[in-house]
Design a protein around this ligand. Structure first.
Ligand SMILES: [Zn+2]
Length: 395
């Protein structure tokens, strides 16, 4: 008889993370850990002789879940429910208590609720973890792996690099990173972080669109793959870099390229620590390359690496994501040295959809073309305006 109390409610973040392990992205971790394994990993930071910073467990919050797990017996089948839909099953092997504070400390390196992700993870986490064989409905990762493998075979690619971007927003330095990376590899995988918590900044959709626009128009398409990276709690805080390396390697990359201001590097300002973290990560059998910082130099009149330009910092314009986003929020198009104008146009159109009628009117009044305008797009307006900004009048 089907008993209604054998339902386990989990969120999309948990589903994606379970799928990542099942599909081999977290190897050698491919299944949920039991009590003994999880204590071992938490203590040593290793799983099957490979670095893994915290235990891989399923411990969803909620009274209903707690009651189900309390009564679960070995061999029971639990139905996994996500957003009111059945999304998989789990055959109970064992249930055990966890220490929430310790787990959060392991993942984020802090229990401070102000730290990004900490508050959310406290909310998602229950006191009981369950382990056992599971299934989940989530095919994206499998499809991505297939796509990468097929491309590697077709290109006979030996050097496969990966870059992980948030694209908030996608600016000129990112373009440079991609071009520089491409020179040295056969195939470049660009992972765009796909968030599970809305941070009130640019939507994933528009970030994807901006990157795709750049790749479609300015990069040899067959040598680049753009994929989402399910940015779940496991990439939070302290261990982001380690998990990025593990996932990149398991996706088939031989090298991970990171910008010098990668959030995960922030914790390692000390030079020796910096070298030691890179050495440690390279034991995962992936090469780590740290790109130097890029700025715009008004003497060189181009993007330069800070260690390859003799002009002082007063000649340099920095690419500060948050400041560029602030310009967008004010409705201002960032200068073309910071952002490609077409990319800015895509972002402004997304942020200010209600401006369309006004922009259309201005466009028609300023435009000399008397012909019938095809469907008006806000992107065209911003693009046209930027063109005007850059046009000078000879008197
Ligand atoms: Zn310079």
């Amino acid at each position: 008889m089907e008993t209604p109390n054998k339902l386990l409610y989990i969120d999309r973040e948990a589903v994606a993370t379970l799928a990542m392990a099942r599909d081999g992205l977290l190897q050698p971790v491919t299944k949920l850990m039991n009590k003994q394994e999880s204590e071992e990993v938490n203590k040593t930071g290793f799983y099957k002789d490979s670095i893994f910073p915290f235990s891989f467990i399923l411990s969803p919050a909620g009274k209903r879940n707690n009651a189900v797990l309390k009564n679960a017996k070995e061999g029971d089948t639990l139905t996994l429910i996500c957003e009111n839909k059945e999304c998989g099953t789990l055959i109970v092997d064992s249930v055990f208590e966890i220490n929430k504070d310790e787990r959060i400390q392991k993942i984020y390196g802090t229990n401070n609720p102000e730290h990004p992700g900490v508050k959310d993870t406290y909310k998602r986490l229950g006191n009981l973890a369950v382990c056992g064989e599971y299934t989940v409905e989530f095919d994206d990762i499998k499809n991505n792996i297939k796509k990468i493998n097929k491309t590697i075979t077709n290109l006979e690619a030996k050097n496969v690099s990966s870059i992980i971007l948030s694209g908030k927003p996608f600016h000129r330095v990112h373009e440079r990173l991609i071009r520089t990376a491409l020179v040295k590899c056969d195939l470049l995988i660009i992972f765009l972080q796909k968030p599970y918590h809305d941070d009130g900044r640019l939507s994933y959709k528009v970030r994807y669109e901006t990157l795709k626009y750049f790749l479609d128009n300015f990069i040899p398409k067959d040598r680049v793959i753009l994929l989402p990276l399910e940015n779940t709690y496991i990439f939070g805080g302290l261990n982001e870099l380690t998990l990025n390396s593990i996932v990149s390697k398991n996706y088939g990359a031989t090298k991970l390229i990171i910008g010098q201001n990668h959030a995960g590097l922030g914790a390692y300002w000390d030079h020796n620590e910096f070298i030691s973290i890179v050495d440690t990560l390279e034991t995962l059998n992936i090469k780590i390359e740290i790109m130097s910082e890029f700025v715009y130099c008004d003497k060189c009149t181009t993007l330069v690496s800070t260690n390859a330009c003799p002009h002082g910092s007063h000649h340099h314009v920095k690419y500060h994501n948050e400041s560029i986003m602030e310009l967008f929020r004010l409705g201002i198009i960032p200068p073309a040295i910071l952002m490609r104008k077409e990319v800015s146009a895509i972002i402004l159109s997304e942020l200010y959809p209600s401006r369309k009628a006004t922009l259309k009117k201005i466009y028609q009044n300023l435009s000399t073309s008397s012909g019938v305008i095809d469907e008006f797009k806000c992107e065209d307006f911003y693009d046209g305006l930027m063109h005007l900004y850059q046009t000078s009048s000879l008197t």
